[in-house]
Design a protein around this ligand. Structure first.
Ligand code: PNS
Length: 157
């Protein structure tokens, strides 16, 4: 049995996140979706809200564990008996930072990282841009799952 971890801030979850998690769930036996409890940036959604939105957006997948963590990702991955960390790559601009993190994680605890290309449909989508566009009154309904679109509308009303 191979367990993958999809970690992130998910503030909020986007269609890009959901696409990567769903594809992971098709490839690996178990997927731990790990929501960092204290993202480095000021978050728009609380940890409880981010977990609830992910749960509502991933309905129907039965090999997914939705959990939160703080501290080092590699320590949590070891605790969860994770074999591989999976990260989505949107473009070359993601690669440098993700490569550095994967090498640090490997250095710290020997954990492997696999990069999965983001679907071209979502390669321009990020949580930060979704927050900005939504805050400024733009439409993001086709970039995020329906529960997230509703939550953004409610939060910004
Ligand atoms: O969705 P994000 O904000 O790009 O996710 C980044 C995340 C949560 C994967 C990264 O910040 C992380 O791994 N945080 C946990 C703390 C840690 O282990 N830091 C050292 C990374 S080499």
């Amino acid at each position: 049995m191979t367990t993958a971890m999809c970690p992130g801030s998910f503030d909020p979850p986007t269609n890009g996140h959901i696409d990567i998690i769903e594809r992971c769930a098709a490839v690996y036996d178990r997927v731990v979706v790990a929501v960092v409890s204290n993202p480095s940036k000021n978050s728009m959604f609380s940890l409880a809200e981010r977990i609830e939105l992910l749960g509502a957006s991933l309905d129907g997948l039965d090999n997914i564990d939705l959990v939160s963590f703080d501290g080092l990702l590699v320590d949590f991955a070891a605790e969860q008996q994770v074999d591989v960390v999976v990260k989505g790559l949107r473009a070359g601009s993601d690669f440098d930072y993700e490569l550095q993190m994967s090498q640090m994680n490997s250095h710290l605890r020997g954990i492997e990282t696999v990069f999965m290309p983001t679907s071209p449909d979502w390669s321009f989508v990020s949580s930060s841009l979704v927050r900005e566009v939504a805050r400024l009154g733009g439409s993001v309904g086709d970039l995020v799952p329906p529960p997230v679109a509703a939550a953004l509308e409610e939060k910004l009303a």
